[in-house]
Design a protein around this ligand. Structure first.
Ligand code: ZN
Length: 380
């Protein structure tokens, strides 16, 4: 009896709100998604913000004595965005999106950011079939607070047609085959080529939709499609993964698949940023934006195997990733010896020269990151 009562209490706020706020439903034009809107509108009662008369535009005078950020949150609530204690200026929060309710899994897909001064909030829903992205200013003026328009533009919807992509032709298929990457793996990962050109096109997808594309010539020249979302390559493959392998290139991700590992993602570009003593706050950590944008996926993971390149930049990247992901759940790959003087550089080299079974063994014998670091310290 006691148990059922306490579990009932957990749901009480929503129900109470429903009963007490029907007048809001009748008096406001807040559309169809009523449950969310009712909750959001009336939850203002619990804050110290006084609600402005419905037909009066919020202005500077009304905000006197009330923290700016509370007024901003009130504006957000009117749009159905329910702020919680994580919504503080200068930080990203993950909230429930009122447009799509986070889909079937009801994930907190809306990433909200309130600027430091508390007079602008912008958001984006990361569910690609929703993608709701807007901003609201405290005083209703556009371009306020020196925020550049560019900063609040989000990636456009891409299609294979709009990017002029086609399945890889003979030349590229042969290139991949020489690297032991099969046509089946190319197909499953949506690897394409630029129409009538021998340029590889690695399509970045999220929830199956095209959100970015990285091009690569055989001569190793790279560029990104304009407007590409900053996420990990192969993110859909780690949706429900408890263990994840992170590599440093799209071809290494494909190589892992040849060795039997689909739970692998690649960073979109090399580079470990500055190795400062203190990590920058998430929103200023621009070199790792792709990692923070993939946070919802990585938070659920208990073991992360770092399989970056076996060179100085690759090891710096592993360090930078481990610091951000938590060294306690990171493992590090040791690349096998190539000859007396050197080791293999990456997953594709191991696959090409030693085969898929050897690559699988390399991954399976990776070691806890903290152990690797302390051993490296001993050498120094
Ligand atoms: Zn949404």
């Amino acid at each position: 009896m006691l148990i059922s009562l306490s579990s009932l209490c957990l749901y009480r706020p929503l129900r109470t709100t429903l009963f007490f706020s029907t007048h809001h439903l009748l008096s406001t034009p807040l559309s169809s998604n009523s449950l969310v809107h009712i909750w959001s509108y009336s939850s203002s009662h619990s804050t110290q913000v006084s609600i402005a008369p419905a037909n009066v535009e919020q202005n500077e005078e009304q905000t006197i004595g009330v923290p700016k950020v509370d007024v901003l949150k009130q504006k957000l609530e009117l749009l159905g965005i329910i702020c919680d204690s994580s919504c503080v200026p200068g930080h990203y929060s993950n909230l429930l999106c009122p447009k799509c309710n986070g889909g079937q899994s009801m994930e907190r897909s809306l990433s909200l950011y309130i600027v430091q001064k508390g007079d602008l909030a912008r958001w984006r829903c990361f569910r690609t079939d929703c993608n709701w992205a807007e901003q609201v200013f405290l005083d209703g003026k556009a371009g306020h607070d020196g925020v550049k328009e560019k900063e609040v533009q989000f990636s456009r919807q891409m299609t294979k047609e709009s990017l002029r992509l086609e399945p890889p032709g003979e030349k590229l298929t042969a290139y991949f085959s020489e690297r032991m990457i099969s046509e089946k793996t190319l197909w499953r990962n949506g690897v394409m080529q630029l129409s009538s050109e021998d340029v590889m096109a690695f399509t970045y997808r999220q929830n199956g939709l095209l959100v970015g594309c990285k091009y690569r010539t055989i001569q190793k020249r790279f560029w990104l499609e304009k407007g590409s979302a900053k996420i990990l390559y192969g993110i859909d493959d780690i949706n429900d993964a408890a263990e994840v392998i992170i590599v440093e290139g799209e071809i290494d991700k494909l190589s892992m698949e040849e060795a039997g590992f689909c739970n692998c993602v690649s960073v979109p570009g090399a580079g470990a940023g500055k190795n400062s003593a203190k990590l920058p706050p998430m929103e200023k950590d621009t070199a790792f934006r792709y990692l923070w944008n993939s946070k919802l996926y990585l938070d659920k993971v208990s073991r992360i195997i770092l399989a970056t390149d076996n060179d100085a930049p690759g090891q710096a990247l592993a360090r930078a990733l481990a610091r951000r992901l938590g060294t306690y759940r990171c493992w590090q790959v040791r690349w096998p010896k190539k000859d007396e003087f050197s080791c293999f550089k990456d997953a594709n080299e191991v696959l090409k020269y030693m085969g898929p079974d050897a690559l699988r063994k390399v991954i399976e014998s990776s070691e806890p990151y903290q152990q690797c670091v302390s051993e490296a310290d001993k050498v120094v």
